[in-house]
Design a protein around this ligand. Structure first.
Ligand code: GDP
Ligand code: MG
Length: 719
């Protein structure tokens, strides 16, 4: 049997750092809520005793308000870990203990890892951990996760606790006369009916009913609708009473009582802080400038611009090298395989398709590296903080900012976790508006599309173009959010309080792991999903091939040429022309080609030719496919792959393309339908397929209108 040890605590308390320190496993080190949503496991060996450590998502509380909270709670209740290590940020003791006492109310075995002792010390905070331990009656071990200090002591304590297997009584906090009376009545009912008592302590269930915990209410209804009804009636009676007497809600009162408990606990010689009047913490000092009302936003834009400058400057050489590598690979394949379908599949479908996407991997890596630094240092939280005011004007919420950033607000995120992150929004309307607008951010899959078009047509102003693309995406998303909030999702805004985590010097290891994980995701996706789609699209672009009538037509043209009296050089030139046309013709007659050509009658207004149409259709599956499909389309029908350059060069020299077309395509790519996975996710989170369908149709319509406007105006100006 395996011993399960859970690791839980607030976001930013150092959970991931400790997890990595213990298991040696790679783990994302994030600085804001919403990132560590999935479950990670690793093994720690203690004297031959295998401890299976599970990293829970970071949360401030155990009420079912957000996905992290539900995930963490369900795991603790259903898996019953032998011990839960509660990692507590010693420099933020009061807030962190809010989570701790909820663990204790659940009645599970807990050991506190009192982390960031170094930070606490530098702020003049002293903590008597023996005292804390004796009041809460659980072991408390001081550690510094970043250096591994105290790790062995911690694991020794945990292993002992696991071996003892002592039952723990749930912690009981007094919630005041009114609530206590209701709790005890409800508790009696729950106990006598054995209502969900196999899963949770009876008192705990009663408290959750009072807290209006959506998950428990639902489970209760499913377990026994009659008892559930009785309990709900109890709750609404108390709730009315409390609203009349205390002008508040039971859940707020409960939270107040918990904080009251903590603050009296801390006063019992547990914590002492030495205040130094003249000294502001370094973080606060930095924030005076970085989040200043006027200078703050300017600095933010400069940092963004700096990030893009950095990315494009340093990735230029490695991107060139990767492109050369794929060119070389294409040549080798060309020379070693006989003419035919297999060669076409490998060169046009795989190398020119997937290679086009992989070619940008170094650029993606540099971008992620920069973002990892911004994230690990705590700066991204400041961005969210500064944008909160603006977001409220547009009918969104402060928590929407993080969802935007996760979706690719700075470039290179993903709308799927972004959509998930909207679960932290408690107002359903703000949440829906956020859900529907996060796909406008520039996710990692759109990056290669932009990178390609920028390289081909705007290579003098790369960073500025990327900067402009980002700003356009944000402005567009905000305006559309506002329109949605004024029409189909009307409603009032809700308040938002954000706590800023302190600035931290990012560690080299943390940033590298971060960068590598995301880059690897990109490469993996290119090698699997994109490869698959690319092969399918290659087939759609290769079959059924040229009809016999066309073959005959070219034959006749050649015959006709021969009968003319031309000089040998003239003849050769004309022959080459025919040969070129003939090579490009099968694509036009392929399944994909016919669809692309059929769509041209509409898309011509945005400047998209039939090849681009095929690429954009492929992009519904995943946005990288736009690049891989263009790669395949411009590779098929090519006579001599040795002579042609990179895809960007091919586009730049192609007559159908110019900067206006490229710009129109960039705009279209920013706004058109989310990829397939994101649509599924949106439907699920919004609770209906209608919203998924809405985002596909609405976004594509918006994108097309913008693209037409850009192309028409652009063509007029450049004429
Ligand atoms: P999580 O959100 O709980 O997973 O927290 P992380 O493990 O991502 O840690 C947040 C930040 O705190 C990272 O920058 C860590 O390097 C830093 N950190 C973690 N533990 C310590 C510690 O004991 N001392 C100091 N000074 N920093 C720490
Ligand atoms: Mg983490």
């Amino acid at each position: 049997m395996e011993t399960i040890i859970a690791l839980g605590g607030n976001p930013n308390s150092g959970k991931t750092t400790l997890f990595n320190e213990l298991t040696g496993a790679r783990q994302h080190v994030g600085n804001y809520p919403g990132v560590t949503v999935d479950k990670k496991e690793g093994i720690y060996n203690y004297n031959g005793y295998r401890l299976n450590i599970v990293d829970l998502p970071g949360t401030y509380s155990l009420t079912a308000y957000s996905i992290e909270e539900v995930v963490a709670r369900d795991f603790l209740v259903a898996q019953k870990p032998e011990v839960t290590i509660n990692i507590v940020d010693a420099s933020n003791l009061e807030r962190n203990l809010y989570f701790t006492i909820q663990l204790l109310e659940l009645g599970i075995p807990v050991c506190i890892a009192l982390n960031m002792m170094d930070v606490a010390k530098s702020r003049g905070i002293t903590i008597n951990h023996h005292k804390l331990s004796s009041i809460l009656q659980i072991p408390v071990v001081p550690i510094v996760a970043r250096t591994g200090e105290g790790k062995l002591e911690l694991m020794k304590t945990v292993a002992e606790l696991a071996r003892k297997k002592k039952e723990r009584k749930p912690l009981v906090i007094s919630y005041g006369a009114d609530l206590e009376e209701a709790i005890s009545q409800m508790q009696k009912k729950i106990e006598s009916e054995h209502f969900m008592t196999l899963l949770y302590p009876a008192r705990w269930i009663a408290i959750k009913y009072l807290e209006n915990d959506a998950q428990i209410l639902k489970k209760g209804k499913e377990t026994d609708p009659v008892i559930a009804k009785t309990l709900e009636e109890h709750v609404s009676k108390v709730s009315r009473h409390i609203q009349q007497t205390a002008e508040t809600y039971p859940e707020a009162l409960i939270a107040d009582c918990r904080y009251g408990y903590i603050s009296s606990l801390l006063k019992q010689e547990v914590m002492h802080q030495q205040y130094d009047e003249d000294r502001l913490y370094t973080s606060d000092k930095i924030d005076k400038v970085l989040t200043n009302r006027f200078i703050g936003p300017v600095i933010m834009l400069l940092i963004l611009m700096g990030l893009y400058q950095f990315t494009f400057t340093y990735s230029e050489i490695p991107v060139g090298l990767t492109e050369n590598f794929f060119g070389w690979l294409g040549e080798i394949t060309y020379n070693s395989l006989p003419d035919g379908l297999l060669r076409s599949l490998i060169i046009s479908g795989v190398i020119d398709g997937v290679g086009g996407v992989l070619g940008f991997a170094p650029l993606i890596m540099f971008m992620f590296f920069g973002i990892a630094i911004l994230e690990d240092s705590g700066y991204l939280a400041r961005v969210a903080y500064m944008l909160d005011r603006i977001f409220r004007v547009f009918g969104l919420h402060g928590s929407s900012v993080m969802a935007y950033i996760i979706s690719g607000g700075i470039a290179g995120g993903c709308a799927v976790p972004g959509v998930m992150a909207t679960r932290t929004l408690r107002s359903p309307k703000e949440r829906l508006a956020t859900l529907l607008t996060v796909p406008f951010m520039n996710c990692g899959a759109k990056l290669p599309v932009f990178a390609l078009l920028i390289a081909a047509f705007f290579n003098k102003n790369e960073a500025i173009m990327m900067f402009a693309i980002t700003i356009i995406a944000w402005i567009g998303a905000l305006i559309i959010a506002k329109i949605l909030r004024l029409t189909i999702i009307k409603g009032d805004p809700t308040p938002f309080i954000m706590e800023l985590p302190p600035y931290r010097l990012p560690t080299f290891k943390g940033v590298m792991i971060h960068t590598w994980e995301r880059t690897w995701q990109y490469i993996k996706k290119a090698g699997t999903v994109i490869l698959g789609i690319s092969v399918v699209l290659w087939a759609m672009m290769s079959f059924p091939g040229m009809p016999d009538s066309e073959v005959k037509r070219f034959e006749q043209q050649r015959e006709a040429l021969k009968s003319l009296e031309l000089s040998p050089s003239q003849l050769e030139e004309k022959m080459a022309e025919i040969e070129h046309e003939e090579a490009a013709t099968p694509l036009r007659y392929s399944i994909a080609g016919r669809i692309g050509i059929a769509l041209e009658s509409i898309t011509q207004f945005a400047g998209f030719d039939w090849r681009t149409n095929i690429a954009l259709l492929g992009g519904f599956a995943a946005k990288e496919v736009v690049v891989s499909t263009l790669g395949t389309a411009y590779s098929l029908g090519e006579l001599d792959p040795e002579e042609s350059g990179s895809l960007a060069e091919k586009l730049a020299s192609s007559p159908e393309w110019n900067p206006v077309v490229a710009l129109s395509l960039i705009i279209f790519t920013i706004f058109y339908a989310p990829c397939f996975v994101a649509v599924v996710c949106i439907s699920r989170e919004a609770g209906s397929w209608k919203w998924g369908a809405f985002s596909m149709i609405f976004n594509t319509a918006v994108a097309f209108s913008f693209a037409v406007a850009v192309f028409q105006i652009g063509s007029l100006i450049t004429k």
